[in-house]
Ligand binder design. Sequence first.
Ligand code: SF4
Length: 293
Amino acid sequence: MHFTGRTWRPPYEANSVIIQATSGCTYRQCRFCNLYQNECFRMSPIAEFEEDLEEIKSYQPYARRIFWTGANPFAMSYDNLKRRALTVRDSLIKCQTMAMFASIRDIKDKEVWQLRKLRAMGINGLSIGVESGDDQTLALADKGYTSADILEQCGKLDEAGIEYYVVYMTGLAAKGGGYRNAMNSAALFSRLNPYFVSVDSLTLFPDTELYKMQQQGLFVPAGEKERIRELQIFINSLNIRTHLLANTVSNVIPVTAYLPYDRQKVINELQYVLDNVDETKLQEYRRNLKSLG
Ligand code: SF4
């Protein structure tokens, strides 16, 4: 298999077969991210992709779900995605789903009819790290799009029937911004149709722009209790039926819920922590986080 640079897949794709479609990220500007800083974006040559498929076929000929790695393989053009999707179908005859990371920016250059065709070829299950639906927070993180872009581009995925998952990041709005971020993000996400919402919490690593801003006094991180309250507000205000997965390593208190049914239960669980655990203990957990992988 051809794997170059950093290979990253979401925890919920643990059972998918992995193939490298791209490596690196086309953007590399998000201020909290250090994932692909020293790596140029690269599309795997089609010959390499085909060789890897042959290898997968030799041990998993009936694979049903395949995850294309790289920060955003969906940045590829419609024609390139189509060519690869058809190649996967030729090799893995039972494959029903080709999932991958995508950015809001990557959807912009695709028409709904193209998205529908990609969906028909098996491209489905896009993980989108939108992080926030609050314009001030999106600008602070330099995500390169606005809440209006999120609404428009996810609307195209809905029209095309492409399933997608969105990420929300607590703590990203800085100290004092959690309430605003949670309210505005929940309002926006409530107008989308994500199959689930995955929640991370900001962890500042020294090689990120946001860390430098913190050193210069330009960014003051939210405390852990503010983040827990932010998550409570987000959960309380999210008005769609969806799964919520706040159980990655960056969440000091891991919780999962099926909303709206588990809403009160999870809010109570978080309240118990707010009432009974010291801020310093919670901060100690994050200080000891060396990586998110
Ligand atoms: S968060 Fe994603 S889009 Fe932003 S720089 Fe990191 S890998 Fe690229």
